[in-house]
Design a protein around this ligand. Structure first.
Ligand code: WTA
Length: 661
């Protein structure tokens, strides 16, 4: 089941040159509009790539209608392009249309190029990669689809997938799409409790997992974690278990050995006819309250946007090998390891390992071995690797690389420069892509449309086609002009945006639509430069970004307050109740254990500072932005402290912080 082979072709690299400060990268290739975007004939004579961007925003309906007709295979064409009202949280695209997402990602490519490689599974064990062609992936998907159907999974049912990045996980996602079930992929680093929360909220009847995961040479007991989780999930009726390692695991009456059962299934599976707005998947992400939000993405709009952004943001062409390093448990893995590349008939890499296993050359060894053309990674990994020095990069041939992508958090200049100069040998544009689980795909990125595509390090730069960013001031008014900062909102709907929060549309409206009526509020702040380029400055709410992963401060607090010592606040800052007598080092260890057990290891604080009190406003709200600035040692930007109840609290914390360091 896990072994296949085949080899994709490569294509030419883009020519680039660099000018002086601020660092500028110019793409010298100019294409005519029709060659660049074949559907442009439907755009009413628009010429030039920047004209396309304007057209996509001013005539958004015509733009997306032409793109949707051209890029997706429809069972029945749509009758309305959109029916959206952001102020009411109503978002609908391509209604009346019917399609099947798995057919769009698999069957149509099997018809034209069945032996093209769809997936390259870069297993944890270096040098043991496995390739799957489109035909093989379709067959695997059909077997899983038939198996799920035989076990009673129906259209609209939710299947939770708790697996590391592997072909069977992708086939499981696509099998859900094939039979009209909803998938809910939970990152396989989440704890049993976090998994159970997500299974319960999604009311999932079926779970798919592996006996054990393997990451960085270590074994992860995923099946055991599922066993614990499902004890508190009455909706779960069956757990399918794949074998990633040879070690047997205890199987109960509820468990089904998926590979054995798949062999009994047919390789043809009738695709369900789905409405554009039927749910494709739920993906849980952290919000500013303790409860994670199950964001809902639907069929046509999501797929179209993932495919279209994949093609244009990364300049992806037929035959390229696309390497997205994100796990399938995050939205980046959904859109750019699975749906975008597969909808485009591309070859996509599924990375199971870590950037430093078995050594810090892992990524670049893989680039050489798999001949990766577009490499999409996270600043946290880049920062980690640059500390190990250039030898680890230079050892390997990276001439296949054409575009380097970054996502998840702002990329600092040092990391950007290293990525551009050392990894990309000053040949490859670095595309810093801003987006969110909520947006479904990339919304701001350096060069989707501009032929001269200047890139300024550390800036996401320009809106993607159909995206209209605006900055809001504290009174909720749109800020005009440049060289200014504000709350980042998107002024008009786009097909890839999330439609709601599972079972809680009110929370969707309150979080995204009410803060700035008529606009979609992203939760991020941004700066617009003199030239009109966007730079993301970070979250404005109580969501924090831990190595590119979103965690709600409230989630960590929820976990931490369950310790016997009952402290009452955390993110590195903990206030103990009066008269509590504990060793701080012991308590730090306990808190880390608790967070790891209740949420996941990646949510553990790196530093814990015990303080007497937290900076609060007079109305009792913790001023997290102040804490953040203290942590960043950016004391000149503490901002307006006039609403603080007692400004002395900040001085105490700064003092304590200096002592800690
Ligand atoms: C942050 C990940 C700066 C941002 C795709 C956003 C970024 C949150 C960037 C979404 C970037 C993502 N520059 N910040 N290029 N990309 N972010 O939902 O705060 O896991 O709101 O989606 O990550 O995280 P999520």
């Amino acid at each position: 089941m896990w072994l296949r082979c085949g080899c994709p072709s490569r294509s030419v690299s883009t020519s680039l040159r660099v000018l002086a400060s601020p660092l500028r990268v110019l793409g010298l290739r100019r294409c005519n509009t029709a060659a660049f975007m074949p559907e442009s004939a439907g755009f009413g004579g628009v010429s030039g790539r920047s004209g396309l961007q304007e057209f996509s925003v001013s005539s958004s309906e015509s733009f997306w209608a032409a793109v949707a007709r051209h890029r997706l295979s429809w069972i029945r064409p749509f009758t309305a392009v959109q029916d959206c009202d952001l102020s009411r949280g109503r978002i609908r695209w391509f209604e009346g249309g019917k399609l099947n997402v798995s057919v769009n990602c698999l069957d149509r490519h099997v018809h034209t190029c069945p032996d093209r490689v769809a997936l390259i599974w870069e297993r944890d064990e270096k040098g043991t990669e496995v390739r799957y062609t489109y035909r093989e992936l379709l067959e695997m998907t059909c077997r899983v689809g038939n198996l799920l159907r035989r076990h009673g999974v129906k259209k609209g049912d939710c299947v939770t997938i708790y697996m590391p990045a592997c072909p069977l996980a992708v086939a499981s996602m696509l099998a859900c799409a094939r039979i009209g079930a909803t998938h809910n992929v939970v990152f396989a680093g989440f704890s049993a409790e976090a998994l159970a929360d997500r299974i319960r909220d999604a009311q999932s009847s079926t779970v798919i997992t592996v006996n054990q995961g393997v990451r960085g040479g270590k074994i992860l007991e995923l099946k055991k974690t599922v066993d614990i989780a499902v004890q508190s999930c009455p909706t779960v009726q069956q757990v399918f278990v794949a074998m990633r390692t040879d070690n047997p695991v205890a199987m109960t009456a509820r468990d089904i050995a998926i590979e054995e059962e798949m062999l009994k299934e047919d390789v043809v599976c009738e695709p369900a006819t789905m409405n554009s707005e039927d749910t494709l998947f739920l993906l849980y992400t952290s919000g500013s309250t303790g409860k994670p939000k199950g964001l809902v993405h639907t069929q046509a709009g999501y797929l179209l946007y993932a495919a279209f952004t994949h093609r244009y943001v990364f300049n992806y062409h037929d035959g390229d090998v696309f390497g997205c390093m994100a796990d399938i448990g995050w939205i980046t893995g959904h859109s750019y390891a699975v749906y975008g590349p597969l909808a485009n008939g591309g070859t996509t890499v599924l990375f199971e390992s870590t950037p430093i296993y078995p050594d810090p050359g892992r990524y670049w060894d893989m680039v050489e071995r798999l001949q990766i053309n577009q490499f999409y990674g996270a600043p946290t990994a880049i920062r980690l690797l640059l500390r190990f020095g250039n030898e680890w990069v230079n050892k390997y041939d990276r001439s296949s690389l054409k575009t380097l992508g970054s996502v998840g958090e702002p990329i600092n200049t040092e990391a950007w420069e290293w990525y551009y100069r050392v990894v990309g040998e000053e040949r490859c544009p670095v595309v810093d892509t801003w987006w969110q689980t909520e947006t479904g795909g990339i919304c701001i990125a350096p060069k989707p449309s501009d032929p001269d595509a200047e890139i300024v390090p550390g800036m996401a730069m320009r809106p993607f086609f159909g995206i209209k960013p605006v900055l809001m001031d504290t009174e909720g008014k749109v800020i005009s002009g440049n060289d200014t900062s504000g709350a980042l909102c998107l002024a008009q709907p786009w097909p890839g945006m999330a439609r709601t929060i599972h079972n809680d549309h009110q929370r969707f409206i309150e979080t995204y639509c009410q803060p700035y009526p008529g606009y979609f509020f992203t939760g991020d702040g941004a700066y617009r430069s003199v030239e009109g380029y966007y730079q993301i400055t970070g979250r404005l709410d109580d969501v924090i970004n831990v190595s590119g992963h979103r965690i709600g401060t409230a989630e960590i607090e929820d976990a931490v307050v369950r310790t016997t010592n009952k402290p009452k606040g955390v993110f590195a800052f903990v206030v103990l109740k009066k008269n509590v007598d504990v060793e701080e080092a012991d308590l730090s260890r306990q808190l880390n254990d608790i967070v790891s057990e209740k949420i996941a290891k990646h949510a553990c604080p790196d530093f814990i500072q015990f303080v007497q009190r937290l900076p609060k406003t007079r109305s009792g709200k913790i001023m997290r932005r102040v804490l953040r600035k203290v942590v960043e040692l950016d004391l000149d930007s503490l901002g307006d402290l006039s609403t603080l109840d007692d400004p002395a609290a900040v001085q105490e914390i700064i003092q304590g912080h200096r002592e800690l360091l």
